[in-house]
Design a protein around this ligand. Structure first.
Ligand code: HEM
Length: 752
């Protein structure tokens, strides 16, 4: 990773901003292509353009893991000329071969058939869950803090390991919106030189079920109903609530989903959790139990519920775009990998908590998360399908030093991932797809099958053999063989049952509720009320209210009021639990890297401060987007959003550098947003922008004529609204407001 990148990109963008518009557009995060297009169709043959400078690609390894030294673009298209898939140059790909210009098409047109046939098979099945996702390349650097408890080489001090991360939602189809209420996947592939390690995590530390055998059931309940195939990417429907109220072990995960964790602001602002307890083993054979955590540098932040609704229509790709734009802007997303470490005792419990129960957390106050390394995502994929879609994660991808436990959810997952990938990726050789190729030597005796890409030599893929000189040989401790920790399996009857400790379904849900700040509790109440309000059947609402009564009477009463139903009494004693402050998202301050700041300008007004403010926003590591009545240039700066294309949900803060009069297109007949306010002296779309930013508790700043906008919206002298005489002074204060993510004290909570 190039540590100078952010500053360099910022400088490039600022410098480019003073150049011609076409050059500028090429450097704005999100602009497609690695070079600006020409107005005329290019006719001079040339080699393919390289990827954009922020794009990475899988290393060029052979299917069996050897380095090739070839540049990554060697995997892409070659040469200046259009060819068939066999490399024969073609003179025309726009006209099929016909019997005369008006005649029928000829079967002999092999180019037509090859092109259409390939197209006919371009789609592959989407993932059965986690279908919607976005990926990025990066580097993991180890601090060495885990050296004593694991022999895994990638956790040695200073060791750098290439990674690929895929973030996802669980329920929606591949084309569904990013901002729905759902759990998010956070799957990381570490290409270690001792074999690939996949940490297939979520942004919530617990799971719906305790035993993998129920996974098809929870997913059938949560996916769209089988008759009408609605609703898409939603849990606000009867089958979901039917399941989670009947399988009360799901209540802990459900409250996480109903909390702000279910609607993250950005993939960059999510925690990640390996959920299960894993077993680490060191060189001496000593073991420890651990839980994996990812801690985002930018803190954990969420959208507001209304923002998610608006983004679902305005920008369904919001999280994907945010990830890629942040990397292109040089604001590389960062996380620390941390471990909660527990002694490996025969009971496999810690502080009375069953470490094999995936519906339980161990509060960080009881077992602090110890940082062991840093992840930086610094490259976007060059090709979404080849990388993000074809990547295949699997919990069984473990290097020596990391082993599994008997968590019954984990054990089932060990079977499921490879099984599903066999179909999704069309055969058993998907580990040879470039993004899945290990960065370690592979000699697995697996042979043939669909899409075999290795050219195996020899005649004896079996062991022992004498015909291939005995190769491959088994490794021992000296050669760093994988360690299956010889855990004692207690003699016991064969049963379909869970341990008694798995029966406690409510105490940690209450712990979560009690750990929330008042505003977070308000959001949880609203989420339950909305979701249950969308259910058709009263019995399901009543059953879930009973669960809420067993969590907390205030929560239950508030939701019951919203549903117009009586609040039941608890059927289990309310657990006496200590809150875990680490679970709350509010009350701290965080860096603002990659946050977007919308600057409303009036081309006819005072533009003196504009360049300075824009530079100040860049210097803060944020992305300024100029919003003006029309596209093009204002004060030699590129306009990234017009009043017609801008919407508040895209920005983390709004700066008002002017009070632009209604633009010619501020007609309700042309732009429905223009109907949102009386066209007075300020364009109504600007007033709407500010009102929405206010409602979503975002920072707002104004100077000069910008004060007029505030006066027209009535938002003056209010929390998180900064006014002043110069743009840089105002932005300086706005930056402080943004550090707390939102100005929640604009909206006092009704619950304690
Ligand atoms: C702690 C519980 C679980 C977590 C954290 C989890 C996490 C994930 C993640 C992050 C993905 C997306 C991988 C990607 O981006 O390609 C995924 C996919 C998947 N998960 Fe899970 N999952 C859990 C439980 C389960 C269980 C219990 C099963 C089945 C028994 C299961 C089956 C699958 C399948 C089949 C896929 C699709 C994989 C593919 O097509 O590549 N998961 N899971």
């Amino acid at each position: 990773m190039d540590p100078t990148k952010p500053a360099k990109v910022v400088k490039d963008v600022v410098d480019a901003a003073t150049d011609k518009l076409t050059d500028v557009l090429a450097t704005v995060p999100g602009a497609p292509g690695s070079a600006p297009p020409t107005v005329e169709e290019p006719t001079t043959p040339r080699d393919p353009l390289p990827p954009k400078r922020e794009q990475g690609a899988p290393e060029t390894r052979t299917p069996t893991g050897a380095e090739t030294g070839a540049p990554t673009i060697a995997n892409g298209q070659q040469g200046a000329y259009l060819t068939t898939s066999q490399g024969a140059r073609l003179r025309d790909t726009d006209h099929s071969l016909k019997a005369g210009p008006r005649g029928p098409l000829l079967l002999q047109d092999h180019h037509l058939r090859e092109k259409i046939t390939h197209f006919d098979h371009e789609r592959i099945p989407e993932r059965v869950v986690h279908a919607r996702g976005a990926g990025a390349h990066g580097v993991f650097t180890s601090y060495g803090a885990a050296e004593e408890i694991t022999k895994a080489g990638f956790l040695r001090k200073g060791r750098k390991t290439d990674v690929f991360v895929r973030f996802s939602t669980v329920l929606g189809s591949r084309g569904s919106a990013d901002t729905v209420r759902d759990t998010r996947g956070f799957a990381t592939k570490f290409y270690t030189d001792e074999g690939t390690f996949d940490l297939v995590a979520n942004n919530m530390p617990v799971f719906f079920i305790q035993d993998a055998i129920k996974f098809p059931d929870i997913i059938h309940a949560a996916k769209p109903h089988p008759d009408r195939e609605i609703p898409q990417a939603q849990s606000a429907h009867d089958t979901f609530w039917d399941f989670v109220s009947l399988h009360t072990e799901a209540q802990h995960h459900t409250i996480w989903n109903m909390s702000d964790r279910g609607i993250p602001r950005s993939y960059r602002m999510m925690e990640g959790f390996g959920v299960h307890t894993f077993r680490l083993v060191n060189a001496a054979g000593e073991t420890a139990l651990v839980k994996f955590h990812w801690k985002p540098k930018l803190g954990v932040h969420s959208l507001t519920w209304e923002e998610t609704q608006m983004l679902g229509g305005i920008d369904p790709d919001f999280h994907r775009r945010d990830l890629y734009d942040a990397i292109e802007a040089g604001a590389f997303p960062e996380w620390e990998l941390g471990l909660q470490v527990f002694p490996d005792t025969p009971e496999e419990t810690f502080a009375g908590i069953d470490l094999l129960d995936p519906t339980k957390i161990v509060p960080e106050e009881l077992a602090p998360v110890q940082p062991v390394g840093k992840l930086v995502l610094n490259r976007t994929p060059t090709n979404f399908f080849a990388e993000t879609e074809q990547v295949a994660f699997h919990l069984g991808h473990l290097p020596p030093g990391i082993d599994v436990t008997n968590d019954p959810l984990l054990q089932g997952r060990l079977f499921s991932y490879v099984d599903t990938q066999l179909t999704r990726l069309g055969g058993p050789n998907f580990s040879q797809i470039p993004i899945n190729r290990p960065h370690a030597e592979v000699n697995d005796m697996l042979r043939d099958g669909f899409h075999q890409q290795a050219v195996h030599a020899g005649v004896a893929p079996y062991r022992p053999n004498s015909l291939d000189g005995g190769n491959p040989f088994p490794a021992g401790d000296e050669e760093n063989a994988f360690v299956d920790v010889p855990v004692t399996v207690v003699e016991a009857p064969k049963v379909r049952a869970s341990p008694v400790s798995f029966d406690d379904h409510f105490s940690q849900v209450r712990l979560f509720w009690l750990s929330m700040s008042p505003v977070e509790k308000e959001h949880i109440i609203r989420a339950y009320t909305f979701e249950l309000g969308k259910c058709y059947h009263q019995a399901i609402k009543e059953r879930q209210l009973q669960c809420l009564a067993n969590i907390d009477p205030v929560l239950c009463a508030q939701v019951a009021t919203g549903l117009g139903l009586p609040a039941p009494e608890p059927t289990v004693p309310l657990a006496d639990v200590a809150p875990s402050p680490a679970l709350s998202q509010v009350g701290r301050v965080w860096p603002g890297d990659g946050r977007t700041v919308g600057i409303v300008v009036d081309p006819d007004g005072d533009l003196d401060d504009l360049h300075h403010v824009r530079r100040a926003v860049f210097a803060a590591g944020m992305v300024p987007l100029v919003i003006a009545p029309h596209g093009g240039l204002v004060a030699d700066l590129p306009v990234q959003r017009s009043f017609a294309t801008a919407r508040s949900v895209e920005f983390d803060a709004i700066l008002l550098a002017g009070a632009p009069a209604p633009a010619p297109d501020a007609l309700p007949a042309r732009d429905a947003k223009a109907g949102a306010a009386d066209a007075a002296t300020v364009d109504p779309r600007v007033l709407l922008l500010v009102e929405e930013a206010w409602r979503h508790a975002k920072a707002i700043g104004a100077w000069g004529a910008g004060h007029t906008v505030l006066r027209q919206t009535g938002i003056v002298d209010r929390p998180g609204v900064v006014t002043g005489t110069s743009g840089t002074e105002v932005f300086g204060e706005v930056k402080q407001v943004m550090a707390a993510h939102r100005t929640w004290d604009r909206f006092p909570a009704s619950v304690a």
